[in-house]
Ligand binder design. Structure first.
Ligand code: CTP
Ligand code: CA
Length: 226
């Protein structure tokens, strides 16, 4: 408490936020997905709205209740998420890509259920588009925030993502760490800025983590020279 005051900090700002996970179809009864509850993205969306922002939340296939005052667009695959994000990117001031997005999808999607057979099966996978990378390429006025879920070498991987994706900020967490896992209501993150400064947050609720992330963003938005 204290660092925001009560005023509507993001009154004239539009935030585009994504939450995971995505689902990639194999056939009508099967899909690939990734571990993600969507809770971090939803918490950021809810808090940004409470701070006065217009919030568009592009949400993957979780079952979370829609946050108050937020426009939610539901999507399934990485390709669907790409389309919705690109459609809303130009009107956004801040884009926060908290979604866990599938990196690969089955190359062939079967129209009817695949029957089992003797022996092993191999499914060929192809790359999905990297939404954050594309946003970084096309970036104009937007403040671009990515996430990095890592199991090791957090700092190195997070810094690499910051540069490669032309992001303004990367929020990294070690998903192996107790309290920073997927389904829980807490997180432990380190925020990496493009000026190479970083802020390590302690174990906090996802709500409080969301507020701290938004605070870091607000500071950078105020700093015109950033
Ligand atoms: N991301 C994205 N589109 C993808 C894959 C990832 O927009 N197809 C975004 C995520 O939303 C996140 C950031 O890129 O904000 C980093 O995602 P992460 O999975 O940690 O990194 P990758 O670049 O996919 O690399 P890797 O999985 O190999 O670590
Ligand atoms: Ca990935």
């Amino acid at each position: 408490k204290g660092y925001f005051g009560t005023e509507k900090l993001f009154k004239d700002k539009t935030f585009l936020i994504t939450a995971g996970p995505t689902k990639e179809k194999i056939d009508p009864v099967r899909y690939f997905t990734n571990r993600s509850s969507g809770k971090m993205g939803y918490a950021i969306a809810e808090q940004a709205a409470m701070l006065g922002a217009d919030v568009i939340l592009v949400s993957g296939t979780n079952t979370l209740p829609e946050p108050r005052g937020v426009k939610v667009i539901h999507v399934e695959s990485a390709a669907d998420m790409y389309d919705e994000v690109m459609m809303n990117a130009d009107k956004s001031d801040v884009i926060i890509k908290s979604a866990a997005v599938a990196d690969y999808r089955p190359k062939q999607v079967f129209e009817s259920k695949v029957k089992k057979q003797q022996g092993n099966v191999t499914i060929e996978m192809e790359r999905t588009k990297d939404i954050l990378f594309e946003l970084g390429q096309k970036k104009k006025h937007q403040f671009l925030v990515g996430f990095a879920a890592e199991t090791d070498n957090i700092e190195e991987y997070a810094q690499n993502k910051l540069i490669k994706k032309n992001a303004d900020m990367i929020v990294a967490n070690n998903v192996m760490e107790e309290g920073a896992g997927f389904a829980g209501d807490t997180n432990i993150v380190t925020i990496f800025h493009k000026d190479f400064s970083s802020v390590s947050l302690p174990l906090l609720s996802k709500k409080e983590t969301a507020r701290r992330i938004l605070y870091e963003i607000s500071e950078k938005l105020e700093d015109e020279h950033y």
